[in-house]
Write a protein that binds this ligand. Structure first.
Ligand SMILES: *[C@@H]1O[C@H](CO)[C@@H](O)[C@H](O)[C@H]1NC(C)=O
Ligand SMILES: *[C@@H]1O[C@H](CO)[C@@H](O)[C@H](O)[C@H]1NC(C)=O
Length: 180
């Protein structure tokens, strides 16, 4: 669990490290070390539902530069009412996956998103910090079953990503293991 949770940040670090200029034709490449583009997020929410123990994290994501468009959703039918889900949780288009994770003691939620295409050789991946501003919606009917918790976070935002292009060795020999 822990290993998986830290996979995305570790991959970013590993990519940065392997991007040091050591000559090797088989080396995977980063097209850019700064952000290569942006996922545009709309309709983001992470909240419980009135009169229900289920809670939902959902959003739409588009990337106009690659024509990616997906709806991403994870539903929990138990408390707590803020949903977490491991990366990769697949979106309706399975070339897009996300994670929404909380790894205490680090205080708050991470949204990570990846789009994989080009025969699984190109991965655009990015993450944002979603904070920890959890609020309670008080149902005006006064019925406490109508109350629910939600993460106070914008419904629209963008997630900058880096692009990793995997260039597989042409020979059948195993790819070199990067030295630490
Ligand atoms: C996924 O949802 C998006 C809307 O966000 C839609 O444009 C797209 O066609 C859907 N893809 C699939 C494979 O159903
Ligand atoms: C990409 O990887 C997924 C998951 O392993 C696999 O289902 C899919 O067929 C692959 N696509 C291509 C084009 O290789």
């Amino acid at each position: 669990m822990q290993l998986k949770s830290y996979l995305l940040p570790l991959l970013s670090v590993a990519s940065t490290l392997t991007a040091t200029p050591i000559a090797s034709p088989d080396k995977a490449s980063l097209e850019s070390r700064s952000a290569a583009g942006c996922f545009e997020i709309t309709q983001f929410r992470n909240s419980g539902s009135p009169h229900s123990i289920s809670a939902t994290v959902s959003f739409d994501v588009v990337d106009r530069s690659t024509n990616a468009a997906a709806t991403c959703r994870a539903i929990l039918s138990i408390q707590p009412s803020i949903v977490t889900t491991q990366f990769p949780t697949y979106c309706n288009d399975t070339t897009v996956a996300f994670g929404f994770q909380y790894n205490p003691p680090f205080p708050g939620y991470w949204l990570s998103i990846a789009h994989i295409y080009n025969n699984n050789n190109t991965v655009d991946a990015g993450a944002v910090w979603a904070g920890r501003d959890i609020r309670r919606y008080d149902n005006p009917s006064g019925n406490p079953n109508g109350d629910y918790d939600y993460l106070n976070y914008p419904a629209e935002f963008s997630v900058a990503y880096n692009r990793h292009v995997q260039q597989l060795p042409i020979s059948t020999a195993a790819a070199p293991v990067p030295t630490p």
